[in-house]
Write a protein that binds this ligand. Structure first.
Ligand SMILES: [Zn+2]
Length: 375
């Protein structure tokens, strides 16, 4: 995000030799949106230019213990111009990118600008720098807010995951430009890398599941391969940016899900004979045969053609009544639906194990900053 690029002003030229950028003349840029007349500290962030923000120690200290401690250190004497002052005010170099610093300060001074739309890659871009620095400078409230935003797109419960699946598909289905809309969805690999950097471990299982269910042949456009759910669309995800460790996790997780898929298929075929509302042997037999036939063909296709096992189970549940209501008793159908729903919950619970992720802590700790440990 760069809310202020149009208003940045070239203030003065200055040679800096201590910023790792050599002896080139660097241009100072004042961020007018974050340049308060009564500010009492100047924050500098250097990239190709030096970006300056005149803000308030009290405001930053209110939000961040780290910055409060920093400002509590002895400040340079205002009357003496040194590398550590700017027009008489203490000058603090932040070793972070100007965009990140600007995004953080905008979030603190203009919180209503941090509007986050669900299931949008633009939201990821908007919150990344803020989350990074909120984590680094221990700004708990802001960090928790962004974690909640990310949790909506990458939830930790199966029910929330399903709700989001339908919401995503409805959004793309309603769009006239579906390819364009699909490309606006958040990208799993970006989310995974950010979650690792900022220790937001709760969103990892959903993000790994999303990236693992995409077949390589889907990658050209990232959506529309299967029609199990309206005009089913996946959230686009490239694996190029994943670390080698995470690529292994994706491969191992995908294999575990395939094995689970086979276990469901085989286990259910055996189990089908155990439940039926009919008492007459002949009717029971007919019910079971129809169910077995349907399971072997239709359910088998769903389970083995799709990499998305949760979606395959959703499709099995959704099509069962339509396909079988005239031939299979209600009891058999209900029991099978119950079994599929149990499987969805079980799979969801196993994702951290399948993808070799750390299990989340069972009891939340008192300090919200410590609630996602590095264990
Ligand atoms: Zn039956």
């Amino acid at each position: 995000m760069n809310p202020n690029s149009a208003t940045e002003t070239h203030l003065r030229k200055r040679t800096r030799t201590d910023n790792g950028l050599g002896d080139e003349k660097k241009i100072d840029k004042i961020c007018e949106e974050l340049w308060f007349e009564d500010g009492n500290v100047v924050i500098a962030s250097v990239e190709t230019s030096r970006h300056l923000f005149k803000v308030h120690k009290s405001v930053l200290s209110t939000h961040s213990l780290v910055l409060r401690d920093l400002f509590a250190l002895p400040q340079p004497i205002a009357a003496v111009q040194t590398e550590d002052t700017y027009n008489g005010l203490p000058l603090v170099d932040f070793p972070d990118s100007p965009d990140d610093v600007r995004d953080l300060l905008v979030a603190l001074y203009y919180p209503t600008k941090l509007v986050c739309r669900r299931n949008r890659r633009s939201t990821f871009k908007k919150v990344t720098g803020v989350l990074r620095l909120a984590t680094k400078y221990e700004i708990s409230a802001l960090r928790n807010h962004i974690r909640n935003v990310l949790d909506l797109d990458w939830p930790s419960t199966f029910e929330a995951w399903e709700t989001n699946e339908f919401a995503t598909n409805d959004m793309i289905g309603a769009s006239e430009k579906r390819f364009t809309m699909a490309s606006k969805l958040p990208n799993s690999s970006e989310i995974i890398n950010l979650a690792r950097e900022c220790r937001i471990t709760s969103i990892l299982p959903a993000a790994f599941y999303n990236i693992a269910r995409i077949q390589e042949s889907d990658e050209f456009d990232g959506y529309f391969k299967h029609d199990y759910l309206n005009n089913a669309c996946y959230r686009k995800s490239e694996m190029d940016d994943c670390s080698s460790d995470d690529l292994v996790r994706i491969i191992v997780g995908r294999e575990s899900l395939r094995r689970h898929s086979w276990d469901i298929y085989r286990g259910t075929r055996t189990w089908l004979y155990s439940e039926c509302a009919f008492e007459e042997d002949e009717r029971r037999e007919r019910c079971h045969l129809k169910l077995k036939e349907w399971w072997t063909k239709t359910a088998g296709e769903c389970l083995f053609v799709m990499e998305d096992l949760l979606g395959a189970l959703r499709m099995i549940i959704g099509t069962m009544d339509e396909d079988l209501s005239n031939e299979v008793c209600l009891e058999c159908r209900r029991t099978l639906v119950g079994r599929m729903k149990e499987q969805q919950q079980e799979i969801w619970g196993l994702l951290p194990i399948y993808f070799r992720l750390e299990a989340p802590p069972k009891v939340p700790k008192a300090d919200p900053m410590d609630s996602e440990s590095d264990e």
